[in-house]
Write a protein that binds this ligand. Sequence first.
Ligand code: KIV
Length: 258
Amino acid sequence: MNNKIKKILKKKNKSKIVCLTAYSKNIAEIVDDHADIVLVGDSLGSVLYNYDTTRKVSLNMMIEHTKSARMGVRKSLLVIDLPYNTYRNKSEALKNSKRSIKETKCDAVKVEGGTKVKEIVKHLVKNRIPVLGHIGITPQTTKGKFRSKGKNEVEKRKLLKDAQDLEQSGAFGIVLECIYSDISKKITNSINIPTIGIGASVNCDGQVLVTDDLIGLNETKFRFVKKFGNVKKYIKSAIIKYKNSVKQKKFPSKKNSY
Ligand code: KIV
């Protein structure tokens, strides 16, 4: 097993796992120093391309962004999201995972779904592809308005079964997206692999956020997002300084000219 994955597994019940997204080298470089897992998420479809659904993200797009992120990631585990319709059966999943890992040199793949993808996950793991699962709200297949999962007993039982099936299939961890805190606690305590929450309370073994959201670069209104900074302000200020320098003919100076 990959040493980075071993380290992440050891953190369960000891210290929180920090996961962040990165879609490019420059952000990945900053994130890498502070994260255990860097995820090239298909959220890039909405964050960078303004798509109304992640279903429009292609494998080629994911591969190009992961190649860029790879240049910035040295110590963290680099995970690529397999996009919609790229893991519909075992052979398609294996072919696309192998291609992703070969072309990007990433460490693992993430797939959405629980019980429904258990045979696919099993097949990937058998073929030495490390897999991160993802249950709760699964944006690739959730139709209509996103609604938190695990409100009633039927949903709670399904989520627990999803998580147990993923663990049994050999996934090394599971993202829990928008799950009520009581069931995220139950899942976290019922399985031996780490849970990584997004909108799933402090009861998970780790936490993931979309970096562009938390630094205030991407505007989003999801309740589970907290803006920890406002980089837009700094970018704006640098751009205004540049504009004024150009208008006042202060830039480029002799120092910047040949
Ligand atoms: O696509 C993504 O960035 C994700 C995370 C939000 C978990 O799946």
